[in-house]
Write a new protein. Structure first.
Lengths: 195, 195
DNA sequence: TTGCCTACCAAGCAAGCGCTTGGTAGACTT
DNA sequence: AAGTCTACCAAGCGCTTGCTTGGTAGGCAA
């Protein structure tokens, strides 16, 4: 049994387990010892990979936000129809919140207040690209009369509505993710989606 | 300077300061010592009024939820017009989230996961009366064709949208609470509010 | 073969945590 | 006047926390 499994393999595993634990229990209630145990090392060894506990949270968010931006950009560019585009954005955000990357996404959505002021600002800056995709799409929709609400306010309300689903929506119920996205879009648009 | 200012005065002050601190810093990041200092006593003396730290959080939520139910019920009964009623509910919830009682309301909205499983269930049960008022109004609106979304899902989406405003809405900006309530209702209803 | 580097262990430190204990000043009751 | 109760203080206990330190096994390069 080699002491060195693979370069940076442990670091990735630490980030993954941290995302899971932070989501399930919250950042403050998760101890470094608990995280270390989850990947099979001792607590002190965690600090060989990260300089502080907060840096772990930061890395969880950073890698997650990168992924979120990629996914949302792809969704945005998947169609040129504005209505369809907004549906895809909604659908993608819900997918992010409930799919395989849900742990990190939930943490990025709801646990930024566990960061210090500086890192909070850093994360907020990273999210800006993500929010800009939303704002662009909403502004397009407003110009074409598909929505009659302010893009800025609308996006913030939508952020809350979508993010909050992690606390009540269960994938295995009879309400599928598509249905949920449909319900959200019914609020967003005055008329049902065409096509 | 009398040792006994007034009966249960300190307890009320403790709940108020706890609500403020829990909102500003979160439950875990607020220490009993810090709370004690905020009301001018030593940390041990807090446990003369409460049996545990968690009981303080529970009391913050309990008293807050009582107030929320009263406010929402009053709003619901203030009009018999369904559209107007829903607007009043939205307006009232936003008022609760940003008015004088905002500390406790924010805590009740976003910090229930800091409670143990038993107390979580207890709080959830208390909120049921609050949610029922919403569901009744939404069901009425659906029957009259004012909305075309599921009341249950709609309420949950609305919970997130409204609750999330505590993280971005600022009272002193040019967007007033009335304007905000109006924007929310534009999402909710297909047509602008009449009257 | 020597020497360095990575990834870890073993042990533990200082600080802070929630909470307990024993005692007491002052108000209230009888 | 005596006894009781409330609301607190002073001190500290046991425990957990994030993090540090010193050392070492194994892989790799010269």
């Amino acid at each position: 049994m080699p002491r060195t499994p693979r370069l940076d393999d442990r670091r990735e595993r630490l980030i993954g387990e941290a995302a899971r634990l932070f989501r399930e229990q919250g950042y403050e209630r998760t101890s470094v010892r608990q995280l270390a145990e989850a990947v099979g090392i001792l607590s002190g060894s965690v600090f060989h990979h990260f300089s502080s506990k907060e840096e772990i949270l930061l890395e969880v968010m950073r890698s997650t936000i990168d992924h979120m931006i990629d996914s949302l950009r792809e969704a945005s560019e998947s169609t040129s129809d504005v209505e369809q585009r907004l549906y895809q954005l909604v659908r993608t955000e819900l997918e992010l919140l409930h799919g395989q990357t849900r742990d990190g996404v939930a943490v990025a959505f709801f646990q930024w207040h566990s960061l210090g002021a500086d890192n909070q600002r850093r994360i907020l800056a990273m999210r800006e690209a993500y929010e800009q995709i939303w704002l662009d799409a909403l502004e397009q929709a407003r110009r074409r009369g598909l929505i009659d609400t302010e893009p800025f306010v609308t996006r913030r309300l939508l952020t809350g509505a979508n993010g909050w689903t992690i606390y009540w929506y269960q994938q295995d119920g009879k309400l599928g993710l598509d249905d949920l996205a449909d319900q959200v879009c019914r609020l967003l648009f005055k008329e049902p989606i065409t096509g």
